[in-house]
Design a binder for this molecule. Structure first.
Ligand code: ADP
Length: 365
């Protein structure tokens, strides 16, 4: 049986394995936490740091194909594995670009991909993004005259503040032959308190021409990378109608979660197809859908359980994905719920009914 090794053992890896278990493959996972979501369900789970060269090299020796569920992995190991003839997806050269927001920005500019123009760092307002290490909005700051002293000290990109009408995302799969499959556009709605994704709607409520343009830009990004893999291209639809690429994740992504319930082939199934070089699946939607993150409630830090589960499961078609993380923390992503239906009005009304209760809370003893 082919052995797939995944660097990272969080919820993305967990949902990948849940689907992969239906195939004749073996899944190995490397993650530093023995309590990672993948630990109880991987065929082999190795506790270790995917940022450590030797650990990654040792882990990869046991597998045929190396994939990722997080982009912050040891780059030199990925490069050396590829040079040794191991199948590594995505291509390490692409990981190198994506790991650094400075290189990523240059890449878009070089390939004529529309993105927020670079700007002088004291030409306020300006958006500062750390080259390395940012995630979930933590390495991003909007600087104005007023808060200019809050500027990060580390190496950063400075770019124009987008006048955003909507934040969109498009997931694109590319196989080793260069064939691609593009999912319908996803509309992201953010929670301003945590600067975390709140819920998302698929397909985005935009006109056909805009959707087509968003998909074309996402495809252009992925074809420019020239690498097999699953890519989530995050976009800004600006108020003037222009679309800018914000950033690309070289992996399955939060914005693709509702494809589990709502598409013929989920992003996780697509990832497996790409890794195994099976035919790409159908990205067609069966219905409309929404995805709501289940996050840790305020002031709750103990052993976690989902609050509001009965309310959620009372909604026709609704589904829970609980990530099996042990400890709840305010704002931590602990799971998600998917809502499906024929129209967004009904779907959103269902979200509104359960959203206050649907939180990760401390387990009651
Ligand atoms: P991360 O990689 O940490 O998720 P992002 O680059 O996606 O960070 O930025 C997080 C959020 O910050 C975006 O979703 C968007 O709301 C806001 N943002 C980022 N860049 C810009 C920009 N140029 N103009 C306006 N808002 C931005």
């Amino acid at each position: 049986m082919q052995k797939i090794g995944i660097l990272g053992g969080g919820q993305l890896g967990m949902m990948f394995i849940q689907n992969a278990l239906s195939y004749p493959v073996e899944i190995h996972v490397l993650d530093p936490s023995p309590e990672a979501s993948c630990a109880p369900i991987a065929h082999r789970f190795v506790v270790g740091d995917f940022n450590d060269y030797d650990t990654v090299m040792r882990f990869a020796q046991e597998v045929d194909i190396v994939g990722i569920e997080i982009e912050h992995v040891n780059l030199q190991a990925m490069k050396d594995l590829k040079a040794m003839g191991k199948k590594v997806i995505p291509d390490p050269d692409v990981l190198e670009i994506i790991q650094d927001k400075g290189l990523q920005k240059e890449f878009y500019l070089q390939h004529n991909i529309p993105t927020a123009p670079m700007k002088n760092e004291d030409d306020f307002p300006v958006v500062q993004k750390l080259h390395k290490g940012g995630y979930d909005g933590k390495g991003v700051k909007i600087l104005t005259e007023k808060n200019r002293l809050e500027k990060f000290d580390e190496a950063s990109v400075f770019e124009e503040l987008a006048d955003i009408a909507l934040e969109l995302a498009v997931i694109v799969a590319r196989n080793e032959q260069g064939e691609t499959a593009i999912y319908p556009v996803v509309e992201q709605v953010f929670n301003p308190t945590y600067n975390l994704l709140d819920y998302l709607l698929t397909p985005a409520r935009i006109d056909e021409e805009t959707a087509k343009r968003a998909q074309e830009i996402a495809l252009k990004v992925v074809n420019a990378f020239q690498s097999p893999g699953i890519f989530a291209v995050e976009l800004f639809l600006n108020k003037d109608g222009e679309i800018w690429v914000n950033e690309t994740a070289p992996r399955v992504h939060n914005s693709g979660h509702s494809t589990i319930e709502a598409a013929y082939c989920s992003q996780f199934d697509m990832m497996l197809r790409v890794l195994m070089n099976y035919p790409l699946g159908s990205t067609q939607l069966k219905c409309k859908s929404a995805m709501l993150n289940i996050i840790g409630a305020e002031n709750q830090w103990g052993e976690a359980e989902p609050g509001g589960l009965d309310a959620l499961l009372g909604v026709p078609g609704a589904a829970i994905h609980w990530y099996a993380k042990k400890i709840t923390q305010p704002g931590r992503k602990m799971g998600h719920a998917t809502f499906v239906g024929d129209n967004f009005e009904w779907i959103i009304s269902q979200i509104e009914q359960v959203r206050d209760a649907l939180k990760s809370i401390e387990k009651k003893v």
